[in-house]
Design a protein around this ligand. Structure first.
Ligand code: IFM
Length: 442
């Protein structure tokens, strides 16, 4: 079965993961620069200082996208590159970079999907409390204003945030991500202010770009109780509220999940007025990778329960269970419970141990199988009536995988970090075929 005629075929990246040029042309320090230079935080001491050097190679990278036949490219802008101190003076060279990137994309016939925040907060704002400081709501709205004024004549697809759950909880509760804080009340305030910032930025985007399509991207994996035992079912309900409903309910219903509301207020008394997050959006972005089984564990951190992949299932090198039908189920649930006007799969992909390139190609059969199986799940959801408008593979190319440094390769294009040479993996060739056929064929 072919996909709908207007289906958008894309690939995704994020600023800190690919750009490099961390101290060039007036870019300010961001929390990931600081965090990655803190000993012990990133595997092998890797940093995003150079990454894929996309800042200097973006023209060639756009040519690669064109050769792949991509209809769209999802990228994020670095707040610290365009406003080095987070607020106040903008950086003309930083803005020029995104200007040129957008022009290059449009010349290549590729639709730019821009995400304003994919985790690289200016360090200067972190020094003022970062996401825990209520002022960030207007700092973020001002940043959205700057970017939409500058690029809104050409960029029509705008996303406020990538994965607010990770921003708040991996960064401020687990501390595995920048800024590396481990304090639940701070994490709760961060989550709250991310939601309010989304609510404040959407009208700014609409005002500056009246024909914009605006949305937000959430990480929505498939979770289920590990057994029928009531304590596992209860643990699942809690984790589901913590990971799914904490964001979906405010965005679509203007309220926090009722089963966690009292708890939330007791632990973060400043949390209120969440209905301001419920502004109409045009699309919901879904990042989907895996299934987790949730089990009751009295020793787990509050809210978290404990999750693990199904024993014996296929795992990626991230330890994530390959479970394509979970994507279909997540899409069905979103459609039934929240009815977003449209959805994009804004990320989906896999890290595997790839061999080195041989004769100009990297053979990566497991990644190809992952891609096809997940596309079939998307197809099944569309057939069942879910308005999925496009799919972005994660990622266009291998890149800096946060606390895992360069050890995890998610790209459909291989990157040599020694030479910066790009080499197509077999999956890239397959993806090109799929795009051309607008269908997945065996
Ligand atoms: O690399 C990340 C991306 O930045 C956000 N979503 C998940 C990806 C894989 O871990």
């Amino acid at each position: 079965m072919p996909f709908p005629k207007e289906f958008v075929w894309g690939a995704a990246t994020a600023s800190y993961q690919i750009e490099g040029a961390a101290r060039e042309d007036g870019r300010g320090e961001c929390i990931w620069t600081r965090f990655s230079h803190t000993p012990g935080k990133i595997l092998n001491g890797d940093t995003g200082d150079v990454a894929c050097d996309h800042y200097h190679r973006y023209r060639d990278d756009v040519k690669l996208m064109q050769a792949l036949g991509l209809g769209a490219y999802r990228f994020s802008t670095s707040w610290a590159r365009v406003i080095p101190a987070g607020v106040g003076a903008s950086n003309p060279l930083g803005l020029d970079f995104y200007d040129n990137l957008v022009d290059a994309l449009l010349e290549a016939g590729i639709r730019p999907f821009l995400t304003l925040y994919h985790w690289d907060l200016p360090q200067a704002l972190q020094d003022r409390g970062g996401w825990a400081n209520p002022d960030i709501v207007h700092w973020f709205a001002d940043y959205a204003d700057l970017m939409t004024r500058r690029l809104g004549d050409r960029v029509k697809d705008w996303t406020t945030f990538n994965e607010p759950w990770v921003v708040a909880f991996t960064g401020h509760y687990e501390g595995r991500h920048a800024p590396g804080i481990q304090h639940l009340p701070t994490a709760l305030m961060a989550a709250h202010h991310v939601l309010l910032s989304h609510g404040a930025a959407v009208p700014v985007i609409r005002q500056n770009v009246p024909d914009a399509s605006v949305g937000i991207t959430l990480d929505l994996h498939y979770r289920q109780p590990a057994s029928d035992k009531p304590e596992d079912v209860e643990a699942f309900r809690r984790v589901d509220s913590y990971t799914f409903r904490w964001y979906l309910d405010p965005i679509f219903k203007g309220a926090y999940p009722d089963n966690l509301l009292d708890w939330l207020h007791q632990n973060a008394p400043g949390v209120g007025e969440i209905q301001a997050a419920a502004v109409p959006i045009d699309f919901l972005g879904v990042n989907y990778y895996m299934r987790w089984l949730i089990v009751h564990d009295p020793k787990a951190k509050p809210l978290q329960g404990r999750g693990y992949p199904t024993p014996g299932s296929e795992l990626t090198t991230m330890g994530w269970e390959v479970y394509p039908d979970g994507l279909r189920q997540v899409l069905m649930r979103l459609h039934q419970e929240y009815q977003p006007p449209s959805l994009y799969i804004t990320e989906n992909g896999s890290a595997f141990e790839d061999p080195e390139p041989v004769n100009g190609v990297v053979e990566d059969p497991r990644r190809t199988a992952y891609l096809k199986a997940h596309l079939k799940a998307v197809e099944a959801a569309i057939d069942a009536g879910v308005p999925v408008k496009g799919y972005f593979t994660w990622s266009l190319m291998d890149n800096f995988e946060w606390a895992f440094g360069y050890s995890q390769r998610f790209g459909i294009i291989h990157v040599s970090y020694q030479t910066q040479e790009r080499t197509w993996k077999r999956t890239a060739h397959e993806y090109k075929r799929i795009i051309q056929a607008n269908a997945v064929r065996d």
